[in-house]
Design a protein around this ligand. Structure first.
Ligand code: PHE
Length: 454
């Protein structure tokens, strides 16, 4: 096997990791969660979760990946972990593959909307019906049909194959270096536009108005779950990416930078969405993910001058966020296949991604024509999401913390955080306490509360 791949620059590795973290979680989950859970009060809890727990857990995943220098399973094995421990890595690979199955389909929807905005087909609506029902009907056609969403998913899979087959530096890193600046630029423009709307201040107050009475234990647990999902923790992504970090990368600084940027994007999304929907009197509309981006926001764009421009920019943003996340999720399995089975990268890409053509075909049919096909009262789509995000993700995060904090030789975490003594001052002691005690305890609470349905 050739030499282990590495990211070529500091900016490139941060761009790639931010590309993974910034995804649909920031765009459609965060604003709705914040608004439903007490506005600014939720934000305070969320920020605490990101920095007190998210960052230390991210540093642990980085330490594990860079010390183990392999895929999510191989990293544990290279550190001499015995059976149950590398099983944590195996679970991460399973979770990421499950998430990949539906994330590819949703990323396809964003491409469809981007195309429909560019061609203006999205705004070619029945004027006799209300705008809301027209766009809801459009959404049914766009994401519920069987042929169009399927083609869009195939396109997403092909993009993934092309980028991942080229390699870490020339594929993932180069793409992130191009797309992340585009993402931030579009975000800035859209924030500017939204803030210049009539009732911008009122909209912001609606989003950020602190209601501390709404903070309950379940809000804290929601914030924690949102933080972990948004930072791409517990899925082997950060273990895999950090195996490509050079030895000189400062892990804590990288984790803080990535988390800050991820938070910034989430906040900017709120700043875009709330002034816009308030200014057009849509604040009582359903803010739940798909309806927010595929029905409510098109209503807003339709009422604005330059509809096509704003709509295209917004769906470009969404597509970029989604595609860079799918790439990171797919890389977990690609790295696993190529490291474990010693295959070439290209073969690993095909082994990982070709089955998705079959899966998405079945999935698209199950959402459209076969909408009656259900398991345990959920369609396959929700089932994959629920099992992966609510169960496997916390289990893997606890596994990583307990392994590094209690089982692995103590020097591994220390050496990686301090770059073998070369990193100057670093919060190694604090991180160690968090990953030994606080993180496993709190994440276990999230898991238990899920099972008790709190
Ligand atoms: N962090 C991504 C988001 O916020 C979600 C994601 C989940 C990315 C799993 C990769 C893997 O949407």
């Amino acid at each position: 096997m050739g030499k282990k791949a590495q990211f070529g620059s500091k900016i490139g590795l941060v761009a790639a990791t931010v590309g993974s973290a910034v995804g649909l979680g920031n765009v459609w989950r965060f604003p709705a969660e914040a608004q439903a859970n007490g506005g600014a009060a939720f934000l305070v809890v969320y920020i605490a979760c990101v920095f007190l727990l998210g960052v230390p857990v991210m540093v642990s995943e980085f330490a594990l990946g860079r010390a183990g220098r392999s895929d999510a399973v191989g990293a544990f094995k290279n550190l001499g972990a015995s059976k149950p421990w590398w099983g944590v890595g195996a679970l991460a690979v399973c979770a990421s593959y499950m998430i990949l199955c539906f994330y590819m389909v949703v990323a396809g929807w964003t491409i469809e909307y981007l195309w429909a905005s560019l061609t203006r087909a999205l705004y070619d609506i029945d004027t006799s019906a209300s705008m809301e029902s027209s766009f809801a009907g459009k959404m049914q056609d766009m994401i519920g049909g069987s042929y169009r969403p399927l083609v869009a998913t195939y396109i997403t899979i092909l993009i993934n194959i092309c980028v991942l087959a080229v390699g870490v530096q020339k594929g993932i890193e180069r793409l992130s270096n191009i797309l992340m600046p585009v993402l931030f630029l579009v975000l800035l423009v859209m924030c500017g536009v939204s803030m210049s709307l009539d009732k911008a201040a009122e909209g912001l107050a609606y989003f950020l108005n602190p209601d501390f009475s709404k903070i309950t234990p379940s809000v804290v647990l929601n914030a924690l779950g949102q933080a972990f999902f948004s930072l791409s923790l517990g899925m082997g992504i950060l273990i895999t990416y950090s195996s490509y970090f050079p030895n000189s990368t400062k892990l804590t600084k990288t984790a803080v930078t990535v988390s800050l940027l991820d938070l910034l994007v989430a906040m900017m999304m709120g700043i875009i969405i709330f002034p816009a929907i308030t200014s057009f009197g849509l604040q009582d509309a359903n803010l739940e993910g798909t309806t927010l981006v595929f029905v409510t926001l098109p209503e807003v764009f339709n009422m604005m001058p330059w509809t096509r421009l704003w709509s295209t920019l917004f769906f470009l943003l969404l597509t970029v966020a989604a595609i860079t996340s799918t790439i990171s999720i797919a890389e977990v399995t690609v790295a696993f296949v190529s490291d474990r089975f010693r295959t070439s990268r290209i073969k690993a890409c095909l082994i990982t991604l070709m089955p998705l053509f079959v899966f998405s075909t079945v999935c698209s049919l199950s959402l459209g024509v076969w909408s009656g096909f259900r398991i345990a009262d959920m369609n396959i789509f929700n089932l994959l999401d629920t099992v992966a995000t609510n169960i496997i993700l916390p289990v893997v995060s606890i596994g990583v913390c307990v392994y590094l904090g209690w089982v692995a030789p103590k020097n591994i975490l220390q050496d990686e955080i301090s770059n073998y003594g070369k990193a100057g001052r670093h919060p190694g002691y604090l991180i160690r306490i968090i990953i030994r005690y606080i993180a496993p305890a709190l994440i276990s609470l999230v898991l238990i509360s899920y099972f008790l349905n709190v």
